[in-house]
Design a protein around this ligand. Sequence first.
Ligand code: IVH
Length: 688
Amino acid sequence: MSTYGTDGHEAALASVPGDVIARIEGLRAEIRGHDQRYYSDGDITVSDAEYDDLVRELRSLETRYPQTVTADSPTMRPGAALVTTFATVIHRTPMLSLDNAFNRDELAAWFDRLTRLTDEQLTFVGEPKLDGLACAVTYEHGRLTLAATRGDGVAGEDVTPNVLTIASLPHRLATADPPALVEVRGEISMTLATFAALNAKQDAEGKPRFVNPRNTAAGGLRQKDPALTAARGLDMVCYQLGAMVGGPELETHWETLQWMRSIGLPVNPTIERLDGLDAAVDFCERMQSGRHSLEYEIDGAVLKVDRLSTRARLGATSKAPRWAMAYKFPPEERTTLLRDILVGIGRTGRATPYAVLEPVFVGGVTVESATLHNESEVARKDVRPGDTVIVRRAGDVIPEVLGPVLAQRRPDSRPWEFPRECPACGHPLVRLPDEADTYCVNPGCEARVVQGLVFFAGRGAMDIEVLGEETAVQLVRQGLVADPADVYFLGAEQLAGLPLFGEKKIANLLDAIDRSRSRPLAKLLVGLGIRHVGPTAASALATELGSLDAIIDASPEALVTVDGIGSTIAQSLRAWFAEEPNQALIAKLRAAGLNLVGPARPDGHPGELPLRGRTLVLTGSLEAFTREQAQEAVELRGAKVTSGVSKKTSYVVAGESPGSKLAKAESLGIPVLDEAAFVRLLEEGPPA
Ligand code: IVH
């Protein structure tokens, strides 16, 4: 009796040679026999490699003759009959690499060389350079029969069952008249959306995150169980014809890509035909500036000579074709050594782990350290001192340690453990249940005092220029300063003996401290570091309540009447002023002669603020104001400054070289003010 079931199936099987059917049945019986003895008796009756060979042969026959596949074939059992190695595939023609250019000059030199060699007006096709893995996929008579990784370029691995899980790649070409054989080459990668979804799932299951789309795609492609490959959701984009028997006459690469697309192959939509060097360079630059708006990661652009006959004349070196060039972007990811993980203590006592890195140039800057945020984040990434780690810095985003390169992990490494004691003061660290952050709760902790002082003296607060971290450390260590108010009682003679203090520095510091006594009340409020009280809230409080005493005395109900103050800020203020050490601090600041009253109303008398309830957006640079001054002037009059233009924006103030906000304002019909009109608005208020 045939194992293949009934009628239709029987008919389809008629096209399969009898010896193939016999072999398939023989293989299945043999594999089942080994499985049975292994699973029921624990006997290993065959070596892994021999077993793999049987499975691989069966799988390749089933791929070639899909009509022979049965539900009970050992290849169909999830988790069973898994190969542990992949078969080697010798490529029909070597899968070459690409030469690289890193700037316009190098592209121009390549272009000149090509022009000399061909004596032609060159047209190129520009393509994004996907950051994934190259793969060669063969279709015989329209059916996908083989997929191989690039390997060393000459020989790769047979990953056919895994590639068959890629949804964007057809198993059959969409043409009634397929070539006898066509081999297409392309890049296997993963979209950013798929990658993000995969990591969200890992998070939800408490599993470690995947590091980047490229490594995740690479790992996915080499899974022994195709079901695991399928779960990664890989994607493939075809960019090159490898070999063809039969098929249309094609003259250009552009035509080739269009034809590939027409028979259902996934071809990148972001390709362009480019005449000459300037257009080619422009394409590369546009790809670079737009790289983050694509759905997938790219690490460069590829330029290819369009005319196939010209390509043939140019030929290739042993490494790369002469007719193509990769324009490589500066890398946004690099690997480096994670020297150590240290914990920094902030002014609130928050203990933040950070990576100490072997300096690495990435995304245009040298990165030596990167925050690791909190304990769970370190555990999730499982980065350990001594690991080689991947560091990413993309655009203006702060540098990030993505994760370890596990293949390079030292065998003796152990997971990193969060310290139990504060590295600065030795007090036990506290992490409340359900909270991500760990704290040093010792208010006298040296690190906290130093950071509190640095914050108080910072640009956004009291702006005491000379008082940076180094100075703060000395003042605190020498016992001269225990809270920010102490700086106002320092004398030259106390500072004279300190190692880092020359006469000039002492004079500058004391002068800067003295000048800070008259800073606006809002700056002092910011400097106190009260939770949730940022510059906008501080400004509103100072302007509307008029003095520190009024703020201290205000009930929560009174506080929430202030524009922009909600119950969270109100409660935070009440709690802060209720604490005895904070009351003592205020008393000291008062004694030090600091300005504790709000700004005089711009119109000279109390009452309604002239711009109350208005929202302004600033774009471009103004002559008479820095950005901070303009914002302060606006807030002083009861209005808010926001960063984005919307229908709710009252005015857009456009200075020199305004950005896209101006166009947005115009399209929404929002009034646009030049600097003179802005000054009038400040002085006279809005027109009646
Ligand atoms: S063409 C003979 N086109 O870049 C030319 N390669 O650095 C073969 N790559 O191994 C490659 N996007 O994995 C070509 N649009 C593209 C590409 C691309 C990414 C990869 C490919 C290749 C590597 C060379």
